[in-house]
Write a protein that binds this ligand. Structure first.
Ligand SMILES: Nc1ncnc2c1ncn2[C@@H]1O[C@H](COP(=O)(O)OP(=O)(O)OP(=O)(O)O)[C@@H](O)[C@H]1O
Length: 314
């Protein structure tokens, strides 16, 4: 079955505004091909959730696909909104147009918008890919993530990057990953290790000196860093990595090994894989979800994996 209609959700703020050019290219190609669509533009932070709720709530077509043009945060919000309707099974197509685009990397979707559109248009049935669901008990929140949820180092780096005046400039130069690296260096010297308790398969693991605690759906985070090369977004499991910080030189060594893809072989790097994972941090820590800030708090998180219909071929 071919897609008969595309509901487009477009975030013009994604990629520090570079998504606008991407959107124009996609629209021109759809018009050339006489493909039917309707555009909904995200006008403020969080608006994408409302737009996806409207699409899922009012759609009556069996052949409709929701096509998201934006970054990982936009995709997250579109899926979150769709899951608040009776049409959570509507397939989601995606054109990466953000700064990091880790989901596209993680599932094998091209970073080139027109090539990604070719992958979308080549689909004739939904493709099922894992997404994560989380519940955060400290503040009674719940939701979905497509990439990862991090507590500690990466989340502090996201918070620092978002407050950085360099982010917009670097994004305009297509150097969004560099903005994140600047944030990483900034927090590296300011954050302290913290204790974390992990619960997987009925077993509790306590780690006293955790620094990075990231639960991920696929290998990438932070705009292309392969944090967990073995994480597979189609295996029905989530992966959790905890990197300890014993002292600065050793942590720097582990970071170097991470960049070389060899970090998981060291005993101060802990990897857990399961459809269900729980963790608790007693201290106030930063959190991030798909690159969006979750705020600072003691975290009590439960994760499980769910299946989502997507619409593209890889
Ligand atoms: N019209 C808008 N103006 C400002 N912000 C918006 C608007 N629409 C959505 N947003 C917000 O834009 C933010 C960034 O979106 P998104 O994550 O898609 O892009 P990105 O950060 O550039 O990409 P990535 O997450 O892939 O690095 C989200 O927090 C979203 O709520």
């Amino acid at each position: 079955m071919a897609a008969g209609f595309y509901y487009i959700i477009f975030n013009p703020a994604a990629g520090a505004g570079t998504a606008v050019d991407t959107f124009k290219k996609i629209q021109a190609r759809l018009d050339d091909l006489h493909i039917a669509y309707e555009i909904k533009v995200s006008r403020y932070s969080g608006h994408t959730i409302q737009l996806a709720k409207q699409i899922g709530g009012f759609n009556h077509r069996d052949d409709a696909v929701m096509l998201v043009i934006g970054g990982d945060g936009t995709l997250n919000q579109a899926i979150t909104g769709l899951h608040q309707t009776e049409h959570a099974d509507m397939p989601v197509a995606y054109i990466p147009a953000g700064s990091g685009n880790d989901f596209a990397r993680g599932v094998g979707l091209s970073q080139d918008p027109l090539k990604a559109l070719d992958q979308v248009l080549a689909a004739d049935h939904p493709t099922v890919i894992d997404i994560g669901h989380y519940t955060e008990k400290t503040r009674g929140e719940a939701g979905y993530f497509v990439n990862n949820i991090g507590v500690g180092f990466d989340a502090a780096a996201v918070a620092a990057t978002n407050r950085s005046r360099f982010k917009t400039i670097l994004n305009r130069m297509h150097l969004g990953s560099l903005a994140y690296i600047v944030g990483v260096i900034g927090v590296f010297f300011s954050r302290k290790p913290f204790p974390v308790a992990i619960y997987v398969g009925g077993k509790r693991t306590y780690i006293q000196q955790a620094f990075l605690v990231t639960t991920t759906n696929h290998p990438y985070f932070g705009g292309g860093v392969r944090i967990l090369p073995g994480a597979d977004p189609r295996d029905g499991k989530l992966d959790l990595i905890v990197v300890e910080h014993l002292n600065t030189p050793y942590f720097l060594f582990l970071c170097l090994q991470l960049l070389l893809g060899r970090h998981t072989r060291y005993k101060r790097v802990h990897v857990f894989e399961s459809p269900r994972i729980e963790l608790e941090t007693p201290s106030l820590e930063f959190g991030q979800m798909d690159g969006e800030e979750l705020g600072s708090r003691p975290y009590e998180l439960s994760f499980h994996v769910e299946k989502q219909n997507f619409w593209f071929v890889v």
